[in-house]
Design a protein around this ligand. Structure first.
Ligand code: URA
Length: 233
């Protein structure tokens, strides 16, 4: 792989930024300063040091974003803002969102280039849980909660068992293990409690990091990646 490609992939800046770093002599390969950005390296064997720090090559990227409303989960759009606009200094090619949140939904969004993990997390066979905090119109009652939890008809589909935690008459948390299009909104609509505000707060054993402001993201830790892998096996 080209040295500039590897550094961009590892988040040290755009291709243009990392070329500058290389030309200024900040990068060593096997203890030798390299100033050619097209220098070919073997990412499995060569030792690459930048700013005196060895980098560990990792071909997969795993991010957690606190998605704000107003952005869509798509790689391209002519007329809408896309969540990838908020990602800086990482090559976007090959990255995708793990499932989608609606334009007006906020909260925990996973972004990766690991197709296998994404597939496993979304596979209905793995029953990966997602929890949403919601505010809604109308009033929730015990019988409505029972219907939400035991399976409710939305269009021509009956939802799988879910959990509803009541916070107040018009506020709660819904945990589902599927991801049908607009599923939470349709489930709440079906019990006459249409959603006014929706935020995903958990996905596959991970909580939304409270330190992430809307629009911010961070790399997942090894431990978090392992939790996701275990949840989706
Ligand atoms: N369910 C919805 O209705 N919308 C979302 O964004 C996510 C789940």
């Amino acid at each position: 792989m080209r040295l500039d490609k590897l550094l961009a992939h590892m988040g040290y800046g755009s291709r243009k930024d990392v070329k500058k770093l290389i030309r200024k002599g900040y990068v060593k390969v096997n203890n030798e300063v390299i100033v050619d950005d097209d220098f070919q390296i073997n990412e499995e064997e060569d030792e690459v040091i930048i700013f005196d720090e060895e980098i560990e090559y990792n071909k997969y990227i795993y991010l957690m974003m606190n998605k704000p409303a107003g952005y869509i989960c798509a790689n391209y759009s002519n007329n809408e803002r896309i969540i990838f606009e908020m990602i800086d200094g990482l090559p976007l090619r090959g990255l995708f969102t793990v499932g989608r949140l609606d334009k007006d939904t906020e909260g925990l969004l996973l972004i990766t280039n690991d197709g296998m993990l994404c597939h496993n997390l979304l596979s209905y066979k793995n029953h990966v849980e997602k929890t949403y905090y919601l505010k809604f119109d109308g009033t929730i009652t015990d019988s409505k909660i029972k219907r939400l939890e035991s399976g409710i008809e939305i269009e021509d589909y009956v939802t799988k068992p879910a959990k509803f935690k009541k916070i107040s008459d018009d506020e709660g948390e819904l945990t589902i293990c599927e991801g049908k299009f607009h599923q939470v909104k349709k489930m709440m609509e079906a019990v006459d409690c249409p959603v006014l505000y929706l935020k995903r707060i958990k996905f596959g054993g991970l909580d939304l990091d409270p330190n992430l402001k809307l629009g911010e993201y961070r790399h997942l830790t090894e431990e978090e990646i392992n939790i996701l892998k275990q949840k989706s096996e």
